[in-house]
Design a protein around this ligand. Structure first.
Ligand SMILES: Nc1ncnc2c1ncn2[C@@H]1O[C@H](COP(=O)(O)OP(=O)(O)OP(=O)(O)O)[C@@H](O)[C@H]1O
Ligand SMILES: [Mg+2]
Length: 270
């Protein structure tokens, strides 16, 4: 299995906390039951990965997560012959394991994957649900409890790196965004241990910081960074210091942009 992939078995965990925002859990479950692949899109740190881990645990299926990048080959997903103790042995990749074991394969940042990788997905994501393994001569038929989930962030997507229509039109697709304020407050409170009233102030601040997106900022501040900020504050870090380290520095290197962000922070906490 490539270093960029992680396997989690179904039995060993409680579903990790996921606060639903709409009917995304119902949609995931139906897609799973109807054997349809799912595409999630949304900005960084808005809960896509957490959602997939939560649903995999809820449905009791093992999860195979692969972070895609442009060096990832089709063999990294499907498997390869490896020399082990003097003999060559076929070792399944994460996609093949998910197909054989009836699990969920989650390809994160799928737009980063090369064309030869996406092509492997085609027979698996239409009604054939087949995974041909040329090297072993096998043709695997995906069991009912196999599901493919892919995600990407459309925000900083390079035009050359968008998915081909013939790939994207094989998926049921859901858009993610930052949760509404009251929901985000509860998520940040639950994740950080900071009282909800104090998290509400951070979430209000996030709204003004997000309004600055586009001006010189590629992405608005994520729920993930709000959780970091609240975690540091909860641990006793002074608010302004925590805010600079989590809501300003990770967003921009530009002194003017940083100053603009800090002004919004002073206006809330200064
Ligand atoms: N709905 C939610 N329920 C629970 N936690 C959430 C939710 N949304 C965001 N979070 C929190 O935000 C953090 C970041 O979420 P996650 O890692 O799932 O983002 P992502 O969308 O996968 O981002 P990326 O595109 O960068 O991989 C989580 O670790 C969790 O603390
Ligand atoms: Mg993620």
């Amino acid at each position: 299995m490539p270093l960029s992939s992680v396997a989690t078995s179904a039995s060993e965990r409680e579903p990790p906390f996921y606060q639903r925002v709409g009917n995304e859990c119902g949609m995931f479950e139906q897609a799973f039951r109807q054997r349809l692949p799912l595409l999630l899109k949304g900005p960084t740190g808005c809960g896509k990965t957490r959602f997939v881990s939560h649903m995999a645990a809820r449905l009791g299926r093992p999860l195979f997560t692969v972070s895609c990048h442009d060096d990832l080959t089709a063999a990294d997903l499907t498997g390869r012959y490896l020399l082990q103790g003097g003999e060559t042995r076929w070792v399944d990749g994460p996609l093949t394991r998910a197909v054989r074991e009836g699990g969920i394969c989650y390809l994160d940042e799928v737009v980063e994957a090369r064309k030869d990788v996406t092509v492997v997905l085609h027979p698996l994501t239409d009604d054939r649900r087949l995974l041909p393994l040329e090297r072993t001569g096998e043709l695997l038929e995906a069991p009912d409890d196999f599901m493919l989930v892919v995600s990407y962030n459309p925000g900083y997507q390079h035009i050359l790196k968008s998915l081909k229509p013939s790939t994207r039109q094989r998926f049921v697709a859901l858009s993610f965004d930052f949760p509404p304020p009251a929901t985000e407050r509860d998520i940040v409170a639950r994740e950080s241990g900071l009282p909800a009233e104090r998290c509400a102030a951070l979430v209000n601040l996030a709204a003004s910081l997000r309004a600055m997106k586009g001006q010189d900022l590629e992405e608005g501040v994520s729920t993930r960074l709000l959780v970091y900020c609240a975690t540091l504050i909860s641990a006793g870090m002074p608010i302004l210091e925590a805010a600079r380290a989590t809501l300003v520095e990770p967003l921009s290197d530009d002194a003017d942009v940083q100053e603009g962000l800090m002004e919004a922070i002073y206006a809330t906490f200064g």
